[in-house]
Design a protein around this ligand. Structure first.
Ligand SMILES: Nc1ncnc2c1ncn2[C@@H]1O[C@H](COP(=O)(O)OP(=O)(O)OP(=O)(O)O)[C@@H](O)[C@H]1O
Ligand SMILES: [Mg+2]
Length: 385
């Protein structure tokens, strides 16, 4: 569960450019929920937020957008950017949550759909855990409610025997529910969301009752448009959503910033020794990813074949994180080409036949000729051979 954030918990002595970002104390938790990891930032925002808040929102829409995009509060508290991308996208997503339409975050893999959904729920409701993970086997109970069979058999159907789904709890509490990978859920199960989203009620015929959503309830779904298209959503359900498409990072600089920032955070949570000066290697990884993804070199001169993998920002983050671990434990503490080469190969060559040819061609025609990339070329050759 999330920890309720009271504005009074803000340290009034906090001023200057103090980032309010580090998790409070070491709880030993490998990956704290967003509302816990960024509790200090959320509290600082809540304390200074004098704009109108929709019913049961912890923050105003403006403050939620600031939490996601980052900024500096008048007293100097730094809010770190969580999402790097067009401001308008975040503003539309946040405002949607204040309307009677649900929010569908759509995009290719690794464009931060899950990440944005978690942070939105944390900022709006202070709780990102009301989550249904969509799979091909998600049953209707995961969206509506189930039963505790021991109690059901002993006492018959009653509220006591009912096991509410995260969506039902969000309705009762006026909070934000999350559904991950909506389009992977079978169509008939998806359709159980229609009544919830249009009538804002969840009938329990066994008890002759219903749960009516209280103000503040809304739902964020994510869907991957590489998996199975959004076309798989019935049009009745699609009309209940505002769709926001999350793009791949527009510029190489933005992508380098995202990777550096996330790698830094992940490295700290894994207790990896800090590796300075990694940015040159990060820039090369991002360049390789972008060129192969776009099918053309950065200067626009050479056309390339794209491999079958998605080569998303998320994958660049894991290639660099692995590289950092190698550099820290087996290298000289500086991230070098040799530390990222193996990870890079693994990310690019998914299909051992076709992708390997594409990769080798890229190495020989582009990487080999590039000024200052000799070490990188050698390291990649070494693991490819
Ligand atoms: N524009 C961005 N701004 C900030 N972080 C980003 C951005 N793009 C990707 N990331 C990072 O990439 C990682 C993966 O993102 P996430 O898992 O949310 O992707 P996803 O879109 O849900 O992918 P999938 O479709 O595979 O579920 C996160 O750690 C996130 O921080
Ligand atoms: Mg996801």
């Amino acid at each position: 569960m999330s920890v309720p954030v009271e504005p009074s918990s803000v340290d009034p002595s906090r001023n200057g450019s103090v980032p309010a970002t580090e998790p409070a104390g070491d709880t030993g938790i490998l990956r704290p929920h967003a509302e816990d990891a960024f509790a200090a930032e959320l509290a600082a925002l809540a304390a200074r937020d004098d704009r109108p808040r929709p019913a049961r929102w912890r923050l105003s829409p403006w403050a939620v957008a600031t939490y996601l995009l980052g900024g500096t509060l008048p007293d100097g508290t730094v809010i770190t950017p969580k999402y790097v991308g067009p401001r308008r996208i975040v503003e539309v997503a946040v405002t949607t949550l204040a309307t009677d339409r649900a929010l569908l975050l759509l995009g290719v893999p690794g464009t931060a759909k899950t990440w944005v959904s978690e942070h939105l729920a944390a900022a709006v409701s202070g709780d990102s855990t009301l989550l249904v993970q969509g799979t091909a086997g998600t049953p209707e109970e995961a969206i509506r409610y189930g039963w505790n069979y021991a109690r059901l058999l002993a006492h018959g159907p009653s509220r006591d025997a009912l096991v509410p789904s995260p969506v039902m709890r969000a309705m009762a509490e006026g909070a934000t529910a999350r559904v991950e990978e909506l389009t992977r859920i079978p169509a008939d199960v998806q359709d159980s969301l229609i009544t919830i989203l249009s009538e804002k009620t969840l009938p329990i015929p066994e008890l002759g009752e219903e749960v009516q959503a209280v103000r503040g309830f809304n739902l964020i779904a994510t869907a991957n448009d590489r998996d199975r298209g959004v076309n798989e959503l019935s049009s009745a359900l699609r009309r209940r959503f505002n769709t926001v498409v999350l793009p791949l990072p527009e510029t190489p600089e933005a992508e380098v910033e995202i990777v550096s920032r996330r790698v830094g955070q992940i490295g700290r949570s894994l207790d990896l020794p800090a590796v300075p000066d990694g940015v040159d290697e990060i820039r090369r990884v991002v360049t390789v990813f972008r060129e192969l993804r776009d099918g053309v070199t950065a200067d626009g001169r050479t056309k390339l074949k794209s491999p079958s993998g998605t080569l998303s920002t998320a994958e660049a983050i894991s290639v660099v994180t692995n590289g950092l671990a190698l550099a820290a434990h087996f290298g000289d503490g500086v991230l070098r080409a040799g530390d990222v080469a193996a990870g890079l190969l693994g990310a690019v060559v998914r299909d051992p036949a076709a992708d390997r040819v594409i990769w080798q061609e890229y190495l020989e025609t582009v990487v080999r000729e590039r000024d200052g990339w000799t070490d990188f070329y050698r390291a990649c050759r070494e693991v490819t051979a």
